[in-house]
Design a protein around this ligand. Structure first.
Ligand code: HAM
Length: 424
């Protein structure tokens, strides 16, 4: 007989168990609340899209399209891809639903699972969650600033302090063309110092070389011309306004000349936030402007800007002071003692829930001691006990595990008293 196979999650994918899943839900709730303050509305797009959407949108030369997509043919031979990112899908939805007829700019946010076939490591999964936002239809720099201010408000509500935004401008396509030539001219005499990847990029897309993690190449790049120095007037002015306004809002940023981002659609403002808690090059979020993307997808020229946060990484580095609790417990446990108590306990628990107090009821327990131990292991702080004596007297005993105290309360004041103790 064949041995029974023990199934495991697919490589690079993981289960989020109750504590972790609870933290994700709280982070998502915070995102919904904060983004709504700025007039953003949620969209949900499918997990699967036409492969060409990402090839055209994210770019054939990008790592994502070149190496990381989960692509398959459906039964009719159509090439489909599990979405590796959200911006191209939102741009597709903008065109498909004719959102240019809506009040502009259109501001949306989204959250959910994304897929990239990457080498799994800490903070890098093949299925991961993103929380993103996009503003489509406003070319002006004030949108860039509002988006970043919103992002930082969200992060500060999660308890993050002193975050610094890495900021750069990758300019307009003309600036990048000019710059690519300059960078190529600078690197050409140093060909023998470049590795295979960078040599290939020297031919196809020299800008990507700025992204290199090879120390010797990084050293070489220190003397390279800077993209910011060759920006045309419109892109330079845009960037100046963004910087000025960020200062006005007290947003801490650091200009990062090497920040070019790995997706092809970016123009002008780009940004990332990295966290010391993760690997050196692991950003908790990234984003930027993409004024050419919608045109690239066959639509009119409509500008956009957005970001996406890696939720898995964000939850990993939540500060100790974060209001997000990784392990949420139910505060109250109602224990019925003896047969009569066992019948009443579920009813008391239900009365609490009707008043929005989270409660569990322990049924079918052996002894009172075993019930108390169980409630303790579940992390309940308050235990409500009801047995023969209490039933006869019309009372409930309420124990506070944390203060090791106990009080007897009237049954008709039970819910009000528990509520008062919990919110004290
Ligand atoms: P991205 O930089 O490719 O940008 O991804 C955004 C964030 O997703 C990253 O900073 C990282 O935290 C997280 N992330 C990416 N890959 C993984 C992975 N394999 N495992 C865990 N987390 C990961 C975008 O996706 C753009 N769509 C952002 C954007 C929106 N730009 C404009 N609008």
């Amino acid at each position: 007989m064949a041995a029974t196979r023990r199934f495991q999650t697919v490589k690079g994918m993981r289960d989020l168990l109750p504590g972790e899943a609870g933290a994700f839900a709280q982070v998502e709730q915070t995102a919904r609340r904060v983004f709504s303050l700025y007039g953003y509305r949620e969209v949900r797009t499918p997990v699967v899209e036409d492969t060409d959407l990402f090839v055209r949108g994210v770019g054939e030369g990008s790592e994502i399209v070149g190496k990381q997509m989960y692509t398959f043919d459906d039964k009719k031979g159509r090439s489909l891809t599990l979405r590796p990112e959200g911006t191209a899908a939102v741009a597709r939805a903008y065109l498909q639903h004719d959102m240019s007829a809506w009040p502009q700019p259109v501001k949306v946010f989204y959250m959910g699972p994304y897929f990239r076939y990457e080498r799994p490591q800490a903070g890098r999964y093949r299925q991961f969650s993103q929380i993103g936002a996009e503003v489509i239809g406003d070319p002006g720099p004030h949108s860039d600033v509002e988006l970043l201010v919103m992002l930082l408000r969200f992060l500060s509500e999660l308890g993050f302090e002193d975050l610094v935004v890495g900021l750069n401008s990758v300019g307009d396509p003309e600036c990048r063309q000019r710059y690519s030539k300059r960078l190529r001219d600078y690197l050409e005499p140093h060909r023998d110092e470049l590795g295979g990847d960078s040599l290939r990029r020297l031919e196809t897309n020299p800008l990507r070389i700025l992204d290199t993690k090879v120390p010797a190449e990084r050293l070489l790049l220190e003397g390279a011309p800077r993209l910011r120095e060759v920006l045309g007037d419109p892109a330079r002015r845009h960037f100046e306004v963004v910087r000025g306004q960020l200062e006005r809002f007290g947003v801490a940023y650091r200009i990062d000349d090497g920040l070019v981002r790995g997706l092809d659609y970016y123009t002008r403002t780009v940004f990332e936030i990295t966290s010391g808690g993760l690997g050196a090059h692991d950003a908790i979020l990234g984003g930027g402007r993409y004024d050419g993307l919608i045109g690239e997808l066959g639509g009119p020229v409509v500008p956009g800007i957005g970001f996406a946060i890696g939720e898995d990484r964000l939850v990993d580095v939540l500060p100790a002071s974060s209001p997000v609790r990784v392990d949420e417990t139910t505060p109250v446990c109602v224990i019925g003692v003896g047969d009569a108590g066992l019948d009443v306990a579920p009813e008391l628990a239900e009365e609490l829930r009707a008043s929005r107090v989270p409660a569990i009821s322990e049924s079918a327990i052996g002894t009172l001691k075993a019930g108390l131990r169980k409630a303790g292991r579940r992390g309940c702080r308050w235990i409500a006990l009801i047995g023969e004596d209490e039933l006869a007297a019309g009372t409930v005993v309420l124990r506070d595990f944390e203060n090791s105290s106990q009080e007897t309360i009237r049954r008709d004041e039970f819910v009000a008293t528990v509520k008062a103790r919990i919110s004290a």
